[in-house]
Design a protein around this ligand. Structure first.
Ligand SMILES: [Zn+2]
Ligand SMILES: [Zn+2]
Length: 226
């Protein structure tokens, strides 16, 4: 979060993105009226209860499931925009609150909240990593441990590159830096929006190679592919 962001947040109270009521970025009536994301397999987009990766897709996937709180449209879209460009902290708080009910309860495993790393060039431009901000907020609200354990190598920008090229770039892009924490942990892998799931998938692979027991993807919003 930038200094300017902090100052704006202090000086001007936020208005709800949905109904313009003063007080917070997302009031509770607007939060409950956000359209929920469909329960589907992240890879083939077919219906799957709880967002479980379907049996056909699980052969090639290290993600046990991918769950999203809301559908990427309207107010949800504006919140994601805020997280990236202005009012980031408040946006992260509101988004994490929407994601809380999707966390596993009392599963008896050691849970660790982790965020998808952003390309370093983009972090440098923006001054922070939005997925990390979101993961920290979620961990804080849920009382779960959070760890910054992934690095993204290379400066390759995904935009413009072909699909095959993007996927191969991704597969070699992620590196686990804190392996001892990751080993045998149940990882909740956080990102703001999931579209193809390629980034989540590549990150999950790196975590499984590092010894994670299981990786679940959890995002604020799900965007449907055209
Ligand atoms: Zn509202
Ligand atoms: Zn599937």
């Amino acid at each position: 979060m930038s200094f300017i962001d902090v100052m704006i947040g202090k000086l001007a109270p936020h208005n709800c993105l949905g109904c313009d009521t003063e007080g917070s970025l997302l009031c509770s009536p607007c939060q409950s009226s956000l359209p929920p994301a469909a329960d589907c397999c992240f890879n083939c987009q077919r219906y799957s209860p709880g967002g479980l990766t379907c049996s056909a897709c699980s052969a090639d996937s290290d993600l046990r499931l991918v769950r999203s709180a809301v559908s990427y449209q309207g107010t949800a879209k504006q919140l994601v925009w805020k997280l990236k460009f202005a009012g980031a902290q408040q946006a992260a708080q509101a988004m994490a609150t929407c994601m809380l009910p999707l966390l596993p309860v009392n599963c008896g495993e050691r849970i660790l909240v982790v965020s998808v790393p952003t390309a370093t060039t983009r972090v440098r431009q923006r001054g922070y990593n939005q997925a990390r901000l979101l993961a920290r907020q979620l961990a804080l609200q849920a009382g779960l441990p959070w760890i910054d354990c992934l690095a993204r190598d290379g400066q390759a920008h995904q935009v413009g590159a072909g699909r095959e090229q993007r996927l191969s770039q991704l597969q070699t892009a992620f590196r686990v830096t804190q392996q001892r924490f990751v080993r045998s942990a149940h990882i909740i892998l956080v990102d703001d929006v999931v579209t193809t799931g390629a980034t989540l998938q590549a990150t999950a692979s790196a975590l499984m190679v590092a010894g994670a027991a299981r990786v679940d993807g959890l995002t604020f919003a799900r965007s449907t592919m055209k």
